[in-house]
Design a protein around this ligand. Sequence first.
Ligand code: THU
Length: 131
Amino acid sequence: MTDRQLADMAYDMLKFSYVPYSGFPVGAAILCADGTVFTGCNIENAAYGSTICAERTALVKAVSEGHRDDFVRIAVVGESEDYCWPCGACRQMLYEFAPGLEFLVGKADRSFVKLGFEELLPHGFGPKSLN
Ligand code: THU
Protein backbone atom coordinates (compact mmCIF):
# COMPACT_ATOMS: atom_id res chain seq x y z
CA MET A 1 0.00 0.00 0.00
CA THR A 2 1.66 3.21 -1.14
CA ASP A 3 1.08 6.54 0.56
CA ARG A 4 -0.75 7.69 -2.55
CA GLN A 5 -3.08 4.70 -2.44
CA LEU A 6 -3.88 5.22 1.24
CA ALA A 7 -4.53 8.93 0.67
CA ASP A 8 -6.79 8.09 -2.28
CA MET A 9 -8.80 5.71 -0.09
CA ALA A 10 -9.33 8.63 2.29
CA TYR A 11 -10.33 10.94 -0.58
CA ASP A 12 -12.81 8.30 -1.75
CA MET A 13 -14.56 8.59 1.62
CA LEU A 14 -15.40 12.28 1.20
CA LYS A 15 -18.55 11.34 -0.68
CA PHE A 16 -19.93 9.60 2.42
CA SER A 17 -19.36 12.51 4.81
CA TYR A 18 -22.56 13.70 6.46
CA VAL A 19 -21.94 17.42 6.86
CA PRO A 20 -25.22 19.38 6.71
CA TYR A 21 -23.98 21.87 9.33
CA SER A 22 -20.38 22.63 8.44
CA GLY A 23 -20.32 21.68 4.76
CA PHE A 24 -16.76 20.51 5.50
CA PRO A 25 -16.23 16.89 4.44
CA VAL A 26 -13.29 14.93 5.80
CA GLY A 27 -12.12 11.46 4.83
CA ALA A 28 -9.74 9.10 6.60
CA ALA A 29 -8.09 5.72 6.08
CA ILE A 30 -5.97 3.91 8.67
CA LEU A 31 -3.54 1.19 7.64
CA CYS A 32 -2.75 -1.83 9.85
CA ALA A 33 0.49 -3.83 9.73
CA ASP A 34 -1.26 -6.75 8.02
CA GLY A 35 -2.39 -4.47 5.20
CA THR A 36 -5.97 -4.10 6.40
CA VAL A 37 -7.36 -0.60 5.91
CA PHE A 38 -10.28 0.90 7.82
CA THR A 39 -11.88 3.98 6.33
CA GLY A 40 -13.99 6.73 7.84
CA CYS A 41 -15.73 10.02 7.20
CA ASN A 42 -17.08 12.74 9.47
CA ILE A 43 -20.68 12.31 10.58
CA GLU A 44 -22.35 15.39 12.02
CA ASN A 45 -25.36 15.70 14.27
CA ALA A 46 -28.04 18.29 15.01
CA ALA A 47 -26.64 18.20 18.56
CA TYR A 48 -23.32 19.52 17.22
CA GLY A 49 -21.17 18.05 19.97
CA SER A 50 -22.25 14.56 19.00
CA THR A 51 -20.38 14.87 15.70
CA ILE A 52 -17.66 12.30 15.08
CA CYS A 53 -14.59 13.15 13.03
CA ALA A 54 -13.41 11.05 10.10
CA GLU A 55 -10.26 9.80 11.85
CA ARG A 56 -12.16 8.67 14.91
CA THR A 57 -14.72 6.91 12.72
CA ALA A 58 -11.89 4.96 11.08
CA LEU A 59 -10.22 4.26 14.42
CA VAL A 60 -13.33 3.00 16.20
CA LYS A 61 -14.14 0.79 13.24
CA ALA A 62 -10.67 -0.74 13.51
CA VAL A 63 -10.63 -1.16 17.29
CA SER A 64 -14.11 -2.67 17.26
CA GLU A 65 -12.85 -5.24 14.75
CA GLY A 66 -9.99 -6.32 16.99
CA HIS A 67 -7.14 -4.06 15.85
CA ARG A 68 -5.32 -2.25 18.64
CA ASP A 69 -1.59 -2.20 18.45
CA ASP A 70 -0.80 -2.60 14.76
CA PHE A 71 -1.59 0.79 13.26
CA VAL A 72 1.05 2.01 10.85
CA ARG A 73 -0.24 5.08 9.02
CA ILE A 74 -3.37 7.19 8.70
CA ALA A 75 -4.49 9.48 5.90
CA VAL A 76 -6.70 12.45 6.80
CA VAL A 77 -7.93 14.56 3.93
CA GLY A 78 -10.37 17.33 3.14
CA GLU A 79 -11.51 19.59 0.37
CA SER A 80 -9.96 22.57 2.06
CA GLU A 81 -7.39 25.01 0.71
CA ASP A 82 -5.10 24.26 3.64
CA TYR A 83 -4.13 20.80 4.78
CA CYS A 84 -6.88 19.15 6.83
CA TRP A 85 -5.01 18.95 10.12
CA PRO A 86 -6.41 16.42 12.60
CA CYS A 87 -8.16 18.03 15.54
CA GLY A 88 -6.88 17.71 19.10
CA ALA A 89 -9.45 15.13 20.15
CA CYS A 90 -8.50 12.86 17.24
CA ARG A 91 -4.78 13.24 17.94
CA GLN A 92 -5.39 12.25 21.54
CA MET A 93 -7.54 9.25 20.71
CA LEU A 94 -5.10 7.97 18.09
CA TYR A 95 -2.16 8.45 20.48
CA GLU A 96 -3.76 5.98 22.88
CA PHE A 97 -3.32 3.15 20.38
CA ALA A 98 -0.51 4.29 18.12
CA PRO A 99 2.05 6.77 19.49
CA GLY A 100 4.31 5.89 16.56
CA LEU A 101 1.64 6.53 13.93
CA GLU A 102 2.53 8.30 10.68
CA PHE A 103 0.11 10.84 9.22
CA LEU A 104 -0.65 11.74 5.63
CA VAL A 105 -2.55 15.03 5.73
CA GLY A 106 -4.17 16.16 2.52
CA LYS A 107 -6.02 19.09 0.99
CA ALA A 108 -8.33 19.83 -1.92
CA ASP A 109 -5.74 19.57 -4.69
CA ARG A 110 -5.05 15.99 -3.51
CA SER A 111 -1.52 16.80 -2.38
CA PHE A 112 -0.52 15.61 1.09
CA VAL A 113 2.26 15.96 3.61
CA LYS A 114 3.68 13.17 5.75
CA LEU A 115 4.59 13.62 9.41
CA GLY A 116 4.60 11.81 12.72
CA PHE A 117 3.23 12.17 16.18
CA GLU A 118 6.45 13.77 17.38
CA GLU A 119 5.38 16.80 15.35
CA LEU A 120 1.62 16.64 15.84
CA LEU A 121 1.49 15.79 19.55
CA PRO A 122 4.83 16.26 21.28
CA HIS A 123 4.93 15.00 24.87
CA GLY A 124 1.55 13.35 24.43
CA PHE A 125 -0.33 11.86 27.34
CA GLY A 126 -0.84 8.14 26.83
CA PRO A 127 -1.25 4.87 28.71
CA LYS A 128 2.38 4.95 29.90
CA SER A 129 1.79 8.35 31.48
CA LEU A 130 -0.37 6.62 34.08
CA ASN A 131 2.54 4.51 35.40
N1 THU B 1 -13.35 17.19 11.33
C1 THU B 1 -12.86 15.94 11.12
O1 THU B 1 -13.55 15.05 10.61
N2 THU B 1 -11.58 15.69 11.50
C2 THU B 1 -10.77 16.61 12.08
O2 THU B 1 -9.72 16.27 12.59
C3 THU B 1 -11.14 18.02 12.04
C4 THU B 1 -12.61 18.27 11.95
C5 THU B 1 -14.74 17.48 10.94
C6 THU B 1 -15.66 17.66 12.12
C7 THU B 1 -16.78 18.49 11.48
O3 THU B 1 -17.71 17.61 10.89
C8 THU B 1 -16.08 19.29 10.39
O4 THU B 1 -14.83 18.65 10.19
C9 THU B 1 -15.86 20.74 10.73
O5 THU B 1 -15.23 20.90 11.95
